[in-house]
Design a binder for this molecule. Structure first.
Ligand SMILES: Nc1nc2c(ncn2[C@@H]2O[C@H](COP(=O)(O)OP(=O)(O)OP(=O)(O)O)[C@@H](O)[C@H]2O)c(=O)[nH]1
Ligand SMILES: [Mg+2]
Length: 329
């Protein structure tokens, strides 16, 4: 059983899964962490290893090099400054003199920062438990819904999907395919807007005693004010269908966005209040550094990372595993 999975809010649904699933998942987890982080490691981890293995003096020049590496790896300016300042003070206090010692200090500070993303969300129970999925165009929202459905149904939970992306006909088709794959129902409307489709889905889930509703939405940029206002309306209407809803507003971010990921988190959080994050496409990018900037902004739980297009390519996030894989020699 993943130890980190137990601490998560979703865990109450997943803990009921049987041991065989857990054993398989643990194996898959080790393989996929290494695979998914190979690119981040090649960029950030290897560059860090290089400067610390040079046996040079621990001086301002080293910290400047470190600053450049962190900033150019999408860690973000404020997170970088904080990491450097904290590492410097550990070095001073502990009178550290060697590259490996400083590297270990930096690693522990990076871990401490990332652990902010592992904070459990304040529990907001609801029956059904409703998750509103938001994010920019193409971030991986609908695919993540498909993967999440598999996780919930494998844990014995009943799931209903809401085809809340009413902007494109193809979007409805796409979520229906994920519904079929998972053998769960999808609520859609021919002419309804997002709010009314999701409202309907919640009503339907209530009457059928469904455990989890996953509501899709159309992708949008935080700069598109009218579309952000539409999301606010969706959230408001969801509360009318069931006052505990949405239990969770989940922001899906494409890891390829790098630095811009931090801006996306800030904007969506300001408009809607974000309860959790999923970072997708870590399998195809070296930009995992953005996680530090996100953690520095606010302790929003990073539930999952997406590491491929398949139904099983979703892993719970674990800060220690992420850091270990990144610093792996
Ligand atoms: N490699 C990889 N591809 C992913 C991952 N998650 C999603 N994708 C792919 O990214 C593309 C966009 O995914 P969607 O799920 O359609 O994204 P979306 O946010 O719903 O997009 P819109 O509804 O258009 O805003 C698809 O080709 C997915 O297969 C991931 O973790 N890794
Ligand atoms: Mg979509």
């Amino acid at each position: 059983m993943f130890s980190f999975l137990k601490s998560r809010k979703v865990s109450k649904f997943i803990e009921s899964s049987d041991d065989s699933i857990n054993a398989t998942s643990e194996l898959a987890s080790k393989k996929t962490w290494a695979k998914s982080l190979s690119l981040t490691r090649s960029k950030l981890g290897q560059r860090l290893s290089q400067i610390f293995s040079s046996n040079g003096p621990i001086d301002d020049d080293l910290f400047e090099q470190l600053e450049t590496i962190l900033i150019t790896s999408d860690v973000g300016v404020t997170a970088t400054e904080q990491l450097i300042a904290n590492t410097k003070s550990i070095v001073k206090r502990g009178k550290l003199q060697t590259g490996p010692e400083v590297k270990a200090a930096l690693k522990s500070e990076m871990l401490r920062l990332l652990q902010r993303l592992c904070d459990p969300v304040i529990e907001k129970p609801g029956e059904p438990y409703v998750i509103l999925i938001v994010g920019v165009n193409g971030a991986g929202k609908t695919t993540t819904i498909g993967k999440l459905t598999k996780q919930f149904t494998s844990a014995g939970k009943t799931v209903l999907l809401a085809a809340g992306d009413t902007f494109r006909a193809a979007a409805e088709e796409q979520i229906k395919i994920w519904g079929e794959r998972n053998q769960v129902s999808v609520i859609s409307q021919e002419n309804g807007d997002s709010a009314s489709v999701i409202f309907d889905a919640i009503q339907s889930a209530k009457s059928k005693h469904i455990d989890v509703v996953l509501a899709d939405t159309a992708g949008r940029l935080p700069t598109q004010k009218h579309l952000m206002a539409e999301l606010e309306k969706v959230k408001r209407v969801m509360g009318k269908a069931l006052d505990t809803s949405p239990n969770e507003v989940m922001l899906v971010i494409d890891a390829n966005t790098g630095q811009n990921a931090i801006e996306q988190v800030k904007s969506f959080d300001k408009t809607l209040g974000i309860d959790s994050i999923v970072l997708t496409k870590l399998d195809g990018t070296a930009k995992g550094g953005c996680l530090f900037g996100i953690a520095d902004y606010r302790a929003i739980p990073l539930r999952y990372i997406g590491i491929g297009e398949g139904i099983d390519d979703l892993q719970p996030f674990a800060a220690q595993d992420f850091i270990d894989a990144m610093f792996e020699e």
